[in-house]
Design a binder for this molecule. Structure first.
Ligand code: GLN
Length: 571
């Protein structure tokens, strides 16, 4: 096992996540089994209790972890499912050391930063990397932060333990071009190199991010300052799409340079043809489809919007490029649809999405948008909260239950068509908010012949009973919940929610024409509704899951693909 430690200099958001994922992709292309770990030096145990505007979207892993969005980037590039083990936070480290101390497991010793915290970090890194040839370890934050000192120390200790040939360091730094001088400055990067050196760490490779490519003069400066070979200073300028990054880094022969340092050789010859083809479409799509995403954006600055919905943006982009097209996303504040005539704005879009969400803000606007899309034949895709409000809208308008609601918003409603089931009610009454939602992969049994069934079948995502389902059953150690697999056709999608369609109202909704075409069959016999669709509509599909978490550039999510195909037909 070999480790590549990746740290960032100068400022945050230099694209460490994308570069880490790209290095992983490159190593994979050369035939090496590669995984990536994200270290988040905050005290939160996981990202589940963080507002998306703090750190971007909360990413959900198949084993139910609520994680920083970088893990999503790794999955999208590497194409493999990455466990929650691959996210290490300071909160987790201290929590487990303190829990062990309370149980007396340190046998009377003084528990200290060195060695106990450092050893805990190292053992988690080693555990997450088991079974891989390369482990990328991305250290969150910026060199010079107090918070990431323990991790730099731990990585240096790992190097001492395993030897220099097993651990290398990559510094990703930023070279600003201040407007008033119009010159690329290397000084902040020199300081980042110096700060790293204070921990005994000398980067083996320096990736220089910037608006434009690095020129020879500046390359030379960095090379001299860091005392590294010229070819180990690599230019990584801004790109139009993140999926260009591995291609550009390969032009700089990054893969070969890494192998040279480790004294390794490629196992196989890379084949980038499919990836290149898709990137080509992203850069020059034949048509742009306009998608309106109806959410609550009131307290979100313009800059944090795309970050809060990264996986949806990516899932749309993935699906679009398989159709030769591109997508333009418009963020529609649900509240703005509530006033007189506001709803007409929806006509500007080829299709609309109501994404996941929590709380009361803009809820009536979301319901109005869903009704408009349903009645006017505008393609609609509902994701989690988007399913819940579609059910409420249907109950109100079609079933005539004017006061139907979700008990998340109106706890006293007589008609809680969306409600907490007893197990979640208990969690909420005890105020156990962290890691207690319905989280991660759950199996859904699909109704044969439904639109949802067809989309999953066409994209090869359907496990037919007997084959993949049996394989799933055997995976006892994995944490995803299969429930009862009595149905014939099974799919897995990730979840992150507390509320469900109340089983009590399902017969009435069905009778009035809402089709429930997939459900999770819990071991106790309770069926949780996973998909709804309307037959006489160009595309009206919603899911209780988050299919955006299983979308890859090379393997787009079926519902997103179907949604865009419907938009092409109706636009
Ligand atoms: N707030 C809803 C729930 O908890 C939906 C959550 C979501 O959209 N992820 O069930």
């Amino acid at each position: 096992m070999r480790y590549i430690v990746i740290a960032g200099g100068v400022m945050s958001s230099v694209g460490k996540g994308v570069i880490t994922a790209s290095i992983g992709k490159i190593l994979q292309q050369y035939g090496y089994r590669t995984t990536a770990i994200k270290i988040d030096p905050y005290i939160n145990v996981d990202a589940g209790t963080l507002r998306p505007t703090e750190h971007g979207e909360v990413w959900v892993t198949n084993d139910g972890g609520e994680i920083d969005q970088d893990l999503g980037t790794y999955e999208r590039f590497l194409g493999t499912e990455i466990s929650k083990r691959n996210n290490i936070t300071t909160g987790q480290i201290y929590l487990s050391v303190i829990e062990r101390e309370r149980k007396g497991e340190y046998l009377g010793k003084t528990v200290q930063f060195i060695p106990h915290i450092v050893e805990e970090i190292k053992s988690r890194v080693k555990e997450a990397g088991k079974g891989y040839d390369f482990v990328l370890v991305e250290i969150g934050g910026t060199i010079g932060d107090y918070e990431n000192i323990p991790y730099l120390f731990a990585m240096k200790s790992l190097e001492r333990e395993l030897g220099k040939k097993s651990v290398i360091y990559v510094l990703i730094t930023y070279l600003p071009i201040p407007d008033h001088i119009r010159e690329m400055k290397t000084k902040p990067s020199q300081q980042a190199i110096k700060l790293l050196a204070e921990h005994g760490i000398f980067p083996d490779l320096i990736l220089c991010r910037g608006k434009i490519p690095l020129d020879e003069i500046r390359k030379k400066k960095i090379e001299t300052y860091a005392n590294i070979e010229a070819e180990h200073v690599i230019s990584a300028p801004d790109v139009s799409t993140i999926y260009q990054v591995p291609l550009n880094l390969e032009q700089e022969e990054l893969g070969k340079k890494i192998f040279k340092i480790f004294e390794l050789h490629p196992i196989s010859k890379p084949d980038w043809s499919e990836w290149e083809k898709l990137v080509e479409v992203i850069l020059s799509p034949s048509k742009i489809l306009r998608v309106g995403i109806i959410g609550k954006y009131v307290d979100v600055g313009d800059f944090s919007l795309p970050d809060s919905y990264t996986s949806i943006n990516q899932a749309l982009a993935h699906a679009a490029c398989h159709l030769g097209m591109g997508v333009e996303i418009q963020w529609v504040d649900a509240k703005s649809l509530e006033g007189e005539g506001g709803i007409e704005k929806i006509r500007e879009y080829d299709g609309i999405i109501v994404p996941g969400g929590f709380g009361a803000t803009g809820v009536e606007g979301k319901i109005a948008a869903i009704r408009f899309a349903r009645e006017e034949g505008i393609p609609y895709l509902g994701l989690c909260y988007g399913l819940q409000w579609a059910v409420v809208e249907f109950a109100r308008t079609i079933c005539g239950i004017k006061t139907a609601h979700s008990s998340e918003i109106d706890q006293k409603t007589e008609y809680p068509v969306i409600d907490l089931l007893p197990s979640q009610r208990e969690v909420m009454s005890e105020k156990r908010y962290g890691g207690s939602m319905r989280l991660g992969d759950y199996a859904a049994l699909l109704q044969k012949g439904s639109q949802v069934f067809q989309l999953y079948e066409k994209t090869g995502r359907l496990a037919k009973d007997g084959e993949r389902v049996n394989a799933l059953k055997e995976k006892k150690e994995s944490q995803f919940r299969l429930g009862r697999l009595d149905g014939e056709y099974v799919i897995l999608e990730r979840h992150r929610h507390r509320y469900e369609v109340s089983p009590q109202f399902v017969p009435l909704l069905e009778k009035k024409g809402l089709r429930f075409t997939g459900y999770h069959s819990r071991e106790d016999g309770c069926n949780l509704m996973e998909f709804i669709e309307l037959p006489d509509h160009p595309f009206f599909i919603a899911t209780q899951a988050h299919p955006e978490f299983k979308s890859l550039l090379e393997d787009p999510a079926p519902l997103f693909l179907g949604f865009l195909q419907a938009m092409i037909k109706t636009s």
